[in-house]
Design a protein around this ligand. Structure first.
Ligand code: PRP
Ligand code: MN
Ligand code: MG
Length: 183
């Protein structure tokens, strides 16, 4: 449906809470990386919104690069098979790298990505994620910056999709069952 409101079950995190949390994380990142050259690595496509908001909330200048990986395809469960659709343009050897993600669900995507990026010998490698689902974790990930821990429900909005839709909602919500059932 073109009207996203009909497909929504509930709002889990409203826009103002998301924005306030991103500003808090940005202040911590500014302090932690003061005097250092930081490269933000956004994980396409889900991290687009958090990357755009986080980068603009920082006071320090940073560089941005993107990697496109996908493990979900059109479904609601992680396949565990990570496909690289676009690699970084930047050589990260010796760089301070902060991976920016929208959500850590099973942890499979980030586990794979961390191992991949560590192999390129960055000076440091940390994670910032808007959301994390503690009850869904299959691989524990050491995350320095977490926005919100959320229940194990399928969520959409603020970059997160269901079959490529709902990414442009400015809040985090859950989907009405009729969407999954195709009605
Ligand atoms: C989603 C999300 C994270 C990952 C988290 O990406 O954006 O990158 O899954 O799941 P995990 O912890 O279980 O691995 P997706 O593969 O759907 O690609 P997208 O960002 O293009 O939507
Ligand atoms: Mn993603
Ligand atoms: Mg997705």
């Amino acid at each position: 449906a073109a009207d996203m409101g009909k497909d929504l079950e509930k709002v889990l995190i409203p826009e103002d809470e998301l924005q306030a949390k991103i500003k808090e994380l940005a202040a911590r990142i500014d302090a932690d990386y003061a005097g250092k050259d930081l490269l933000l690595v956004g994980v396409l496509k889900g991290a687009v919104m958090v990357m755009a908001d986080l980068a603009r909330a920082l006071r320090n200048q940073v560089q941005m690069d993107w990697m496109a990986v996908s493990s979900y395809g059109a479904g609601t469960k992680s396949s565990g098979v990570v496909r690289v659709l676009k690699d970084l343009d930047t050589d990260i050897m010796g760089r301070h790298v902060l991976i920016v993600e929208d959500i850590i669900d099973s942890g499979l995507t980030l586990d794979w990505l961390i191992n991949n990026l560590k192999g390129r010998n960055p000076a440091s490698l940390e994670i910032c994620t808007a959301l994390r689902k503690p009850d869904a974790v299959k691989v524990p990930i050491d995350v320095k910056y977490v926005g919100f821990d959320i229940p194990n429900e399928f969520v959409i909005g603020y970059g997160l999709d269901y079959a490529e839709r709902y990414r442009n909602l400015p809040f985090i919500g859950t989907l009405a069952p009729h969407v999954y059932n195709g009605q």
